[in-house]
Write a protein that binds this ligand. Structure first.
Ligand code: CO
Length: 458
């Protein structure tokens, strides 16, 4: 049997239209989605939280509660960046635990937890709290290619993650660069070495997605991530209906109702067309882009590099930057190129080329990384570079969050009566500026409604 996680509300939304789908847009289809038979509905975390506050004037917690109310029979899933929760810096443990607890209380059933460096210490606390709350912790392997990443290293990592007590392990191929053969071998090896279910997450960016998912299923993958067809393909996931059709013909049982899938797809189609018309959805991102296979860097990172160089009128340096990027990555001990590492490596490679001298200018983030503040690098860090930044100081080798003082109660005091609940405090800790602006608008709206009610009554 193969199970399906539907991503239209989170990753497809994030990858195709920069997470701008408002709740009101998908609210009418939720009750139908609840009948599809999905293993889970990925609907929260990742960029949805930030986007709700920043662009959509929505309370992310309220969105989650409303989804839960409309989908009582489907497991709701979120993506969590381990010790970074939904941001890019490390938070103290009290914040991580409170965030996990409130996520579960508000309706999350499965939390997929990852760390950009695959440093297990950075997912440990989030996993522990998820289990304490009685929810499903899905440990994650960020998939990347490098001379030090191989089947053995991934199996070792999977065993460490399994030892935390997770109920499943997800292979997260954020760049869509895992080939059918690599996927097959990796899933086979994981199935032979760990006993929890294996989930495969990839993107269609390079065109490998469908083939990779199929080979992973052949190797024994238990769950695959797909997106309803009109929001699938390109930087999004392979299409749900297509995978179900092909897998059933090959003899796999897939417990998804295809009639319901058709209803869901028919519902989202007009909205997809609207996004195309408004330019919110660029048809290019729905197509196949194979550059990531040549440069071994994610598509999003490549477009960032092009944008950076174009802004500085230095696009003629692109080839040099593309040669410098893997060298910077090597100096840093081959971090997976996932946010925020992809941006950090890209910015540093660009700086190295434009300055005409390597590491003449070193970004604040790279300095923190070299100090050990992001966690343990997968491989060896270039000693010379580390010495250049740290001098005789030793890099921090412990778990960085251990150096951070508790923050929740402090933030709660700071906010005072602007926060109406603990969820507000967490929104504020994660995205202070956006949350404050949101609270102000919410208060103003409340006052308006109040005046309106009084007028009406009068
Ligand atoms: Co993804």
């Amino acid at each position: 049997m193969v199970n399906i996680t539907e991503t239209v509300l989170r990753d497809a939304n994030q990858s195709l239209i920069a997470t701008r789908m408002p709740f009101s847009e998908f609210e009418p289809i939720l009750k139908t989605m609840d009948k599809a038979g999905y293993y889970s509905l990925e609907c929260w975390g990742g960029a949805t939280f930030d986007s709700c506050l920043r662009y959509l004037n929505e309370d992310p917690w309220e969105r989650l509660r409303k989804i839960k109310a409309a989908c009582p029979n489907t497991k709701l899933q979120m993506l969590l960046r381990g010790q970074n929760i939904l941001g890019y810096k490390h938070y103290p443990d009290d914040v991580v635990r409170m965030f996990v607890r409130k996520s579960v209380e508000n309706g999350i059933d499965i939390i997929r937890i990852f760390d950009a460096l695959n440093d297990v210490r950075n997912i440990k606390v989030a996993v522990d709290e998820t289990l304490k709350c009685g929810a499903h912790a899905s440990g994650t392997i960020c998939y990347t290619l490098s001379p030090i990443h191989n089947i053995e290293s991934y199996v070792k990592l999977a065993k460490e993650i399994e030892a935390l007590g997770v109920q499943s392990i997800c292979i997260k191929d954020m760049a869509g660069i895992m080939s059918p053969q690599e996927g097959y071998e990796l899933v086979k090896a994981l199935k032979a070495n760990v006993s929890v279910p294996i989930i495969v997450h990839t993107h269609s960016t390079t065109g490998l997605g469908f083939m990779t998912l199929l080979k992973c299923v052949e190797a024994g993958a238990d769950v695959i991530d797909t997106a309803i067809s009109c929001f699938s393909g390109g930087t999004s996931q392979p299409a749900t209906e297509t995978m179900v059709y092909a897998l059933r013909q090959l003899g796999y049982e897939v417990p998804v109702d295809t009639n319901v899938c058709k209803e869901i797809n028919d519902f989202f189609k007009p909205y997809r067309n609207e996004c195309l018309k408004s330019g919110q959805l660029n048809p290019v991102v729905m197509g196949t882009q194979t550059d990531a296979l040549i440069y071994q860097i994610p598509g999003g990172m490549l477009s960032n590099l092009v944008a950076q160089l174009t802004a500085q009128n230095k696009l003629d340096k692109l080839d040099e930057v593309l040669l410098e990027t893997p060298r910077v990555r090597e100096d840093l001990g081959y971090p997976p190129l996932v946010t925020p590492m992809s941006q950090m490596v890209g910015v540093q490679a660009t700086a190295n080329v434009l300055a005409g001298e390597r590491y003449k200018n070193i970004s604040k983030e790279i300095k923190s990384y070299l100090k050990g503040e992001y966690g343990k690098a997968p491989g060896e860090i270039n000693k010379e570079l580390q010495k250049k930044v740290l001098g005789d100081e030793e890099p921090y080798s412990g778990r960085y969050a251990d150096t951070l003082a508790p923050q929740f109660e402090e933030a709660k005091k700071e906010l005072g009566d602007r926060a109406t609940c603990d969820e507000d405090v967490l929104s504020y800790i994660a995205f202070p500026t956006q949350a404050e602006a949101f609270f102000e608008k919410r208060d103003a709206k409340k006052k308006n409604t109040f005046t309106y009610t009084i007028k009406k009554m009068g």
